[in-house]
Design a protein around this ligand. Structure first.
Ligand SMILES: Nc1ncnc2c1ncn2[C@@H]1O[C@H](COP(=O)(O)OP(=O)(O)OP(=O)(O)O)[C@@H](O)[C@H]1O
Ligand SMILES: [Mg+2]
Length: 242
């Protein structure tokens, strides 16, 4: 007898927007447990709107969003953030007047009474990004862009989520910092994490992901393997990402 493992993330028929108009329409997207999936698309395609919908941060949304088998469409954001989904947002959004460690702890507030689990998660963040351990008492505003992105990813890990959402983590980073972030995401995948990676850099998504979706003008318009994306190369950029 086989049991069906629910997807880490299963979206169907999702439409959402901010005012009177939907900016994303009829989105269908799945991330299997332990899978890393990329969502590529140009500026304004609606990628961030998809991630904000999953987190419950957009009220006007219809369709179905399941995280590890739990329907989150009607759930308030604070409950979704308690171990279902976590987001490393566009622009990192750290509390810059707080220390590195305080920013990390904020990601896992609902687990702080489970001291052993909380400590294990913090240790795993420092294992992933050893540089942060040395900076744990430092104000986040003193960190480089790459180090700030590490804190944003670490904060996401601290809630021990079923699905990890990353919004363009490579933006405005040096090549060395991009490489560190990519290697960290590959390591998370190796540890069994389920990832949805929003990117405009195809090369980054190809290195990390098992499968890629392309989104333009609020709709998913293509789905492909990283190998196919690598083969398509510049023509894919010309066609969709401009
Ligand atoms: N808070 C908001 N209020 C109204 N419209 C918004 C808001 N945020 C985004 N939009 C609009 O929704 C559309 C999709 O935006 P979204 O931020 O999801 O795109 P994106 O694919 O993440 O783009 P980028 O790569 O530039 O981050 C855009 O037309 C944008 O102007
Ligand atoms: Mg965006």
């Amino acid at each position: 007898m086989s049991t069906t493992v629910p997807h880490a993330l299963d979206i169907s028929g999702l439409s959402a927007g901010y005012g009177r108009f939907d900016v994303i329409r009829d989105i269908a997207l799945k991330v299997g447990t332990g899978e890393a999936v990329g969502l590529l698309g140009p500026n304004g395609a609606g990628k961030t709107t998809v991630l904000r919908s999953i987190m419950g941060l957009i009220r006007q949304r219809r369709g179905s969003i399941q995280v590890a088998g739990t329907d989150v469409v009607a759930m308030p954001p604070f409950r979704i953030a308690r171990g279902l989904a976590a987001l490393a947002p566009e622009g990192r959004r750290l509390f810059v007047d707080q220390t590195v460690e305080d920013n990390l702890i904020l990601g896992g507030l609902h687990l702080r009474h489970d001291t052993a689990r909380h400590e294990a998660l913090l240790a795993s963040v420092y294992e992933l990004f050893p540089v942060l351990k040395g900076y744990r008492k430092r104000l986040s505003s003193y960190l480089s862009g790459g180090e700030q992105q590490m804190v944003a990813i670490g904060r996401m890990l601290m809630s021990d989520p079923e699905i990890m959402l990353l919004d363009e983590p490579s933006v405005a980073l040096s090549p060395v910092a991009v490489d560190i972030v990519v290697k960290a995401l590959i390591e998370l995948r190796r540890r069994g994490a389920s990832l949805l990676l929003v990117e405009q850099r195809i090369d980054v998504a190809i290195r990390v992901c098992d499968r890629l979706y392309v989104m333009t003008h609020g709709e998913i318009v293509d789905e492909m393997t990283p190998e196919a994306a690598r083969g398509a190369g510049m023509s894919l950029i010309d066609k969709y990402l401009g």
